[in-house]
Ligand binder design. Structure first.
Ligand SMILES: [Zn+2]
Ligand SMILES: [Zn+2]
Length: 343
């Protein structure tokens, strides 16, 4: 019997390697040898003890190579590079049946890795249904391919913003998600105003294509955006930081007929002060964005495979599987972008 290793979070800041039996793919399954797995906030929160779901087989942003396929697999063959939409949907609830699978009633429930709670991408192998796999270019760097899921989340958010050519788009926060928003808004033909406190992150914003950089530590960002838009306010604002005060600013800097997308969730979820007449008179739309749809995931896989989006600058460090503890310590450091575990 051959075996493989999977990393399991068994308690706060405790990770153990478990040895599991390597099984053959059946029917529509493929066996994927995982190459890279990025550490998202979900893994960081479980590691930190903020979310206590132990035991937890973490890792939902991964990419690898198909090594064996079941007899009913149609679109994949051994050797193909793939990533997976592993945080999936039920397919049968009200939202799934109405074309809003990202709002699925179970979408936040982690899947199972061979009976262990969690998506299980921090593993040498994974057995997974073809329908959840997305083929990537054969020459893609698999660390980049592992970023399909976070990019897909941003693709969904960008479509919520309905950007038109020439729009003034403000992006609050230049973490990895803000950086992807900047790139995608540029691809949609916007003039992008990046707002961020950290000057080093403003440099990243520039590299991702931002037209105007606003150092939020040095000025009032709401006033600055209004000034930059001849007094009108932005057409679209994306808030990518978890601070409710930034949500209030996002709404305040949007102009008439503006669209505000609250991309990030908020911690703590404190109430904000809202100028209700600003909303009334401007006819603005305030919305959120949560989870990618199937199409968003496909679009993200294509943007990365073709090199239209290059995430090289958003990878802070690549760490071997053996040093997974160190990788998580690096990932929870707010200074880092994505840390990738190389399996
Ligand atoms: Zn993620
Ligand atoms: Zn559903």
């Amino acid at each position: 019997m051959s075996t493989y290793r999977v990393a399991v979070f068994t308690g706060e800041k405790t990770i153990e390697f478990k040895e599991l039996e390597l099984k053959k793919p059946l029917g529509t399954q493929a066996l994927v040898k995982i190459d890279s797995c990025a550490l998202c906030t979900l893994e960081q929160r479980v590691y930190n003890g903020v979310m206590r779901y132990y035991p937890f087989a973490g890792g939902h942003e991964f990419a690898g190579t198909v090594c064996e396929i079941g007899d009913k697999v149609v679109h994949l063959k051994p050797g193909d590079h793939v990533t997976a939409r592993i945080l999936t949907n039920c397919g049968s609830c009200y939202y799934c049946r109405n074309g809003h699978e990202n709002q699925c009633v179970i979408s936040f429930q982690a899947s199972l890795h061979e009976g262990i709670n969690g998506p299980g991408g921090l593993s040498e192998y994974i057995l997974i249904d073809e329908s959840l796999l997305y083929k990537m270019a054969n020459d893609i760097n698999l660390s980049y391919a592992a970023l399909t899921e976070p990019l897909a989340c941003c693709v969904h958010s960008i479509s919520q913003g309905n950007i038109e050519l020439g729009d003034d788009v403000a992006v609050i926060g230049v973490g990895i998600m803000g950086a992807f928003h900047i790139k995608l808004a540029k691809l949609r033909g916007a003039r992008v105003i990046a707002i961020e406190l950290d000057p080093e992150r403003l440099e990243i914003a520039k590299e991702m294509g931002a037209d105007v950089l606003v150092d939020a530590g040095k000025c009032n960002s709401v006033e600055k955006v209004i000034e930059l838009t001849e007094g009108r306010g932005a057409n679209v604002v994306f808030c990518t930081v978890a601070n409710p005060q930034s949500a209030a600013e996002a709404i305040a800097m949007a102009g008439k007929l503006g669209r505000v997308v609250l991309y990030s969730s908020f911690h703590p979820k404190l109430p904000i002060e809202l100028d209700v007449n600003h909303v009334h008179y401007s006819e603005m739309i305030i919305t959120g964005s949560v989870n990618p749809k199937i199409k968003d995931f496909y679009v993200a896989s294509k943007l990365l495979s073709t090199g239209i989006v290059n995430p090289a600058r958003l990878i802070s460090e690549e760490v071997p599987f053996e040093n997974i503890d160190y990788a998580l310590q690096r990932a929870i450091d707010p200074e880092t972008y994505r840390v990738i575990v190389k399996i």
